[in-house]
Design a protein around this ligand. Structure first.
Ligand code: KIV
Length: 271
């Protein structure tokens, strides 16, 4: 797929291009994006993947959690992001309660893939049957394990997951199950770096960390956190790249370089 914007034609990355980066040991960079301007900026700097995350509930809408975000919100923001990117691969979150059954998940994923420009959908938890069904319909899926923000009312707080041997074993087993079900990518949020390293080594699909240490195949951060403009205090695993930059472009470029060269996250931003 090629995208032409302002007269220039650029090849858009595919799921195979992302998989090939893991194969050749190239770190994969990802940032969240919710609008056309930041999409174009991240894309021009060379960020490999843009995640239209349901974190937009907090950073765009000012909600306390991701739970109020609707599939219509995700469609709107995915369209805005897709319109402005050329090269970056686009993943869109399936929001809370948009995947209670395989069929409803597929219908909502279709809204993101067919009408909005997403190339992959992401869903939280070891929802193996849902993943298998989506993949059978031709929908690439990114799993999400570790801290699951959509389960905040069960968790009680946003805390590191997989600290006990039993919890770590469960996350490792779930990661294998998601890969087995056909997931093409896995996000690991807020888990000990040692666990994320084992999962990244054992899985053949790329593992993208957020608060999961430097040994993942790639990294993702919430854009507003890494620019220091989030409404709430940024989590410990994030880093304010604006603190060392004169412009937003410089901050995003510094993040891109730090991830590609395995300089981010350092132990200060890991568990
Ligand atoms: O919604 C989001 O931004 C996410 C990231 C935290 C991975 O899912």
């Amino acid at each position: 797929m090629n995208q032409t914007l302002y007269g220039t034609t650029v090849k858009t990355l595919t799921v195979n291009d992302i998989a090939a980066m893991k194969q050749r040991g190239e770190k994969i960079t990802c940032l969240t994006a919710y609008d056309a301007s930041f999409s174009a900026l991240c894309d021009a700097i060379g960020i490999d993947m843009l995640l239209v995350g349901d974190s937009l509930g907090m950073v765009i809408q000012g909600q306390e959690t991701t739970l109020p975000v609707t599939i219509q919100d995700m469609v709107y923001h995915t369209r805005c992001v897709a319109r402005a990117r050329q090269r970056a691969f686009i993943i869109a979150d399936l929001p809370f309660m948009s995947y209670p059954t395989p069929l409803i998940a597929a219908q909502n994923a279709a809204l993101l893939m067919q009408n909005s420009g997403a190339q992959m959908v992401k869903l939280e938890g070891a929802r193996v049957e849902i993943v298998r069904f989506l993949v059978e319909q031709g929908i690439p899926v990114c799993g999400h394990l570790g801290l699951l923000p959509q389960q905040i009312n069960q968790l009680g707080s946003y805390k590191v997951q997989g600290k006990t041997t039993a919890d770590a074993d469960k996350i490792l087993a779930d990661a294998h199950s998601l890969q087995q079900a056909g997931a093409s990518l896995l996000v690991l949020e807020c888990v000990p770096a040692a666990l994320a390293k084992i999962i990244s080594q054992q899985l053949t699909i790329p593992v993208i960390g957020i608060g999961a240490g430097v040994n993942c195949d790639g990294q993702v951060l919430v854009l507003y956190d890494m620019l220091g403009i989030g409404v709430d205090k940024a989590p410990r695993f994030s880093k304010n790249f604006m603190a060392y930059a004169n412009t937003i472009s410089d901050a995003i470029a510094a993040y891109q370089l730090a991830v590609k060269e395995s300089q981010f996250p350092s132990s200060e931003h890991s568990f």
